[in-house]
Write a protein that binds this ligand. Structure first.
Ligand code: HEC
Length: 124
């Protein structure tokens, strides 16, 4: 009887641990996939980024160093949150020197693609 309860407890624990394992869940961004998303979603048309040779656009600010810049754009907003917001709601914060309302086309894609894109830009 005690062994049976123990077995059930261990099985339940294994389920909880499996559910918490990193990597597989939606929302975990993959920087390598994010680079592909960046190229496919037209970002290089408007943004320069030296690690992506095709990214030479000048309509938006260059994204070199955006991982660090993003941490200081809005006090109290973490870099990942700022980058995510810039992509989905460009007008939430318009970078100094660029026309307001923003001419940026909001990101259109899946939540996973967005997370991948954020993970990629955080490494830049
Ligand atoms: C039509 C041109 C255009 C496209 C396409 C575009 N952007 Fe932008 N982006 C801008 C402009 C202009 C700004 C500056 C104004 C603002 O803050 O919205 C900007 C701002 C940003 C910022 C904030 C930069 C900073 O220094 O704070 C990020 C991050 C960004 N874009 C990411 C992206 C990503 C990722 C894509 C592709 C999904 C993309 N942009 C597509 C024009 C564009």
């Amino acid at each position: 009887m005690v062994f049976r309860s123990l077995a059930i407890l261990i099985a339940a624990l294994a389920l909880v641990i499996a559910a918490c394992a990193p990597g597989g869940g939606a929302g975990a961004g993959d920087a390598n996939r994010g680079r592909t998303v960046f190229e496919q979603k037209g970002c290089p048309t408007c943004h320069a980024l030296s690690s992506v040779p095709s990214a030479t656009g000048t309509i938006g600010p260059p994204l070199n160093g955006i991982g660090a810049t993003a941490a200081n754009r809005k006090p109290g907003t973490a870099a990942a949150d700022y980058i995510r917001e810039s992509e989905t709601s460009p007008n939430a914060f318009v970078v100094d020197g660029f026309p307001s309302p923003s001419s940026m086309i909001p990101f259109a894609g899946s939540d996973q693609e967005l997370s991948d894109l954020v993970a990629f830009l955080l490494t830049q």
